[in-house]
Design a protein around this ligand. Structure first.
Ligand code: HOC
Length: 366
């Protein structure tokens, strides 16, 4: 692992290690995968504007999110079925995040349960990603379990009334290996044995749970159900961010679901500034999608994100080295971000402003 020094190195190594079933599931985006590449490319369209001679000998890259500290402003985005990447899956990932002083968001579609993940890192900061299912009792029981296990916030994913078309999975199918189960659902409900045998049944099981009739009223329903902060994830437009606040959201996450839902939507870094402009000061704004380097973290914070999250990168870390691999990924983001702060003359995250970056082509001067 010593020779792997950036997220890209881990990605390449993971591509060699993962079996095709897991790899195609993790790496795929929707349709032509234009947004999948644009999520990354869009970061390259923003230049950094470094300031000189500003005493950067002492820096503080910690910040606060929902009023509590994080060691640096990159956390772990929810990704499903992490034990496809490594036998320790979600438990390894949450321990890595906790040891690095950052936030781990557990997917509902996890291969370790809420309870197992909570026990793996009792003192780490943990949020729970949630779908509001047709079966509201099932949804409410997930919320109650998250509360009981000490998850601090709910991350309500709103961009998936149906799942997007990921062509590799349509061609080759996806099989949940028989030794794994979707651990947050009551034993037997998802018929683990059948999931192993029928290549499409894991998706079929979950598709049947999704509620295509969701509206903003369901954010309100969730608001009444729990006192936990609600982060609405999957927001790409300022007007939706505004509506999320009206219906009780504490924060919004600018996200296109890792470009796995609707192709040719905006890259998240391009969607961010308009959303920040609209809701600044009224709720925290987070971002995921395409964050591959410490420079990307810097750019997103300069454009107003309070914190950013990476999903796939942690899967690559897990695949390469389990908990240690996941931790190394977080260290890489932290160290790259810290160096960017130093080389730009930015001693702390509060000094990051819109002026720290500029979009190529916006003006004739820097
Ligand atoms: C077996 C059910 O958010 C994704 C995930 C959720 C997938 C559900 C799979 O792949 O985008």
């Amino acid at each position: 692992m010593d020779k792997l020094v950036c997220v890209k190195d881990f990605e390449e190594a993971a591509f060699r290690i993962l079996d095709n079933n897991a790899l195609q599931y993790y790496k795929s985006g929707a349709d032509d995968e234009l947004t999948l590449s644009d999520n990354k490319d869009a970061f390259k369209r923003w230049m950094i504007r470094p300031r000189m001679l500003r005493d950067v000998s002492k820096r503080n890259i910690s910040t606060t999110v929902l009023g509590k500290p994080v060691a640096f402003p990159l956390g772990v985005s929810p990704t499903a079925m992490q034990r496809l990447a490594h036998p320790d899956g979600e438990c390894a990932n949450v321990r890595a995040a906790a040891s690095m002083g950052t936030i781990y968001i557990l997917s509902t579609i996890s291969t370790s349960s809420l309870e197992e993940v909570a026990a793996a890192a009792p003192n780490g900061r943990k949020w729970f990603q949630l779908y509001v299912y047709k079966d509201r009792d099932l949804t409410a029981s997930l919320v109650k379990r998250a509360e009981k296990c000490g998850f601090e916030a709910l991350v309500f994913t709103v961009d998936a009334p149906y799942f997007g078309r990921r062509r590799a999975n349509l061609r080759d199918g996806f099989a949940l290996p028989p030794h794994l189960r979707l651990a947050n659902f009551p034993k037997g409900s998802e018929n683990s044995e059948a999931l192993g045998k029928d290549r499409h049944s894991a998706f079929a099981f979950h598709d049947a749970l999704l509620d295509q009739a969701l509206t903003w009223e369901d954010v309100h329903w969730l608001r009444k159900l729990t006192k936990l902060p609600i982060i609405v994830k999957g927001i790409l437009l300022p007007e939706d961010a505004e509506t999320a606040i009206q219906y009780g959201a504490t924060g919004v996450m600018v996200s296109n679901h890792g470009a796995r839902q609707l192709d040719t939507v905006a890259a998240t870094i391009d969607a961010l500034p308009g959303i920040v402009e609209r809701v600044a000061g009224r709720c925290e704004v987070y971002l995921d999608g395409g964050v591959s380097t410490g420079n990307d973290v810097y750019k997103a914070l300069a454009l107003g994100a309070k914190m950013v999250f990476a999903g796939r990168a942690l899967l690559w870390g897990l695949a390469v080295g389990g908990e240690q691999g996941a931790r190394k990924i977080l260290q890489i983001y932290r160290d790259e971000f810290d160096l960017t702060m130093a080389l730009t003359g930015t001693p702390n995250v509060d000094s990051l402003t819109r002026d720290c970056v500029r979009k190529y082509g916006m003006t004739s001067h820097l």
